[in-house]
Ligand binder design. Structure first.
Ligand code: CP
Length: 357
């Protein structure tokens, strides 16, 4: 693999992604053959934000590969509660372990961690920004359940603004040929501008609609998402959005027979429980694919064994990111890193927010 860290699934080339999907399927077909593949290696899971699937599937993946796991799932039980910086925590844990999976409520946190880690870092979700290993889970599911990643009409429904799984999935699926996107949300929860820019720059057609029922007949895949309560500025704002989109058996009457329904989970109320028994519902088997996907990713990243610390000095701009949820707002020692994206516009290298100079 050319990259040391996986912060965004875009860090992998399309052929590297396909190799990981193939490896995940090989492991799934013959798990015993891989039982010692990571013997003697240690994974750290640093979860600054709650998780069931991502944390447990990373741990299970490493244990099934014969490796070991350390870490925390509540930063209050670590020296983070005493005020330790992300940089210091990562520098130390990177010295103890062979690979790190980090989840953090702030956007760009995994990128920041990767700047100070001798061990490869995997982004296990950074605020409302990205969740590359969920996308890996989604593409392994789609590849197995549809037999292709091309020529699909992909509906994404719910909190498209704050749903990091949505952003990562759109980025990845926009690289496969013939895919079209139907973005189903309220006007307040549409995808961020940088995701629209990516779609506009790709050859993928997309439409934004406000009704799930009207979109249903054209979809090959429906990606339902929860309204991300924890990302709202107030409970009143959340209350306005919750319950707007609910997938039920009645809405599925107009759906294709070979539709695949995915959801990153956890579900709150956006999929009625009786949809679980519809053969098109794939969101529980999706979690199993996710464990094999993470096994394949860990194996691939450890194969190269790159433990070179990143250079400690980075260029810094005299500009502040305007995203209040960017990691640079809290971890203030971080160099202000931007990329020019045309005109007077800079893109924050941590959270991808655009800022005018
Ligand atoms: N899909 C997902 O990230 O689930 P968890 O928050 O439970 O890890």
């Amino acid at each position: 693999m050319k990259t040391k860290h996986v912060i965004d699934l875009e860090d992998l080339s399309k052929s590297e992604l396909m190799e990981i999907i193939t490896l995940a399927n090989q492991i799934m077909a013959n798990p015993a053959e891989y039982a010692d593949a990571c013997k003697g290696k240690i994974l750290a899971t640093l979860f600054y934000e709650p998780s069931t699937r991502t944390q447990m599937s990373f741990k299970t993946a490493m244990l099934r590969l014969g490796g070991s796991v350390i870490g925390f799932d509540n930063p209050q039980n670590s020296s983070v509660s005493k005020g330790e910086s992300l940089k210091d925590t990562i520098t130390v844990v990177g010295g103890y372990t062979d690979i790190i999976a980090i989840r953090h409520p702030l956007e760009g946190a995994a990128k920041a961690a990767s700047m100070y880690s001798a061990a490869p870092v995997i982004n296990a979700g950074d605020g409302g920004h990205l969740h590359p290993t969920q996308t890996l889970t989604d593409v392994v599911t789609l590849y197995n359940e549809k037999g292709t990643l091309d020529n699909m009409c992909i509906g994404l429904c719910g909190d498209l603004k704050n749903g990091r799984t949505v952003h990562s999935l759109i980025k990845t699926m926009s690289h496969f040929k013939g895919n079209k996107f139907v973005l189903i949300s309220t006007p307040e929860l549409t995808v961020p501008q940088y995701i629209k820019d990516i779609l506009n720059a790709s050859s993928c057609h997309y439409t934004e609609v406000s009704g799930l029922k009207e979109a249903m007949p054209m979809l090959d895949m429906l990606y339902m998402t929860r309204i991300q309560r924890e990302r709202f500025s107030s409970e009143a704002e959340y209350e306005k959005q919750k319950g707007v989109f609910v997938l039920d058996r009645e809405k599925l009457l107009d759906a294709k027979r070979d539709l695949k329904i995915l959801h990153p989970l956890p579900r709150v109320d956006e999929i009625a429980e009786d949809v679980d028994y519809d053969p098109r519902a794939k969101y529980f088997v999706q979690t199993v694919y996710g464990m094999y996907a993470r096994m394949a990713l860990i194996m691939t990243m450890l194969k190269d064994g790159d433990r070179t610390p990143m250079p400690r000095k980075f260029d810094t701009h005299n500009v502040k990111c305007k995203n209040p949820r960017c990691i640079t707002t809290i971890e203030q020692y971080l160099p202000k890193r931007f990329r020019a994206v045309g005109g007077d516009m800079l893109l924050c290298r941590y959270c991808e927010e655009r800022t005018l100079i």
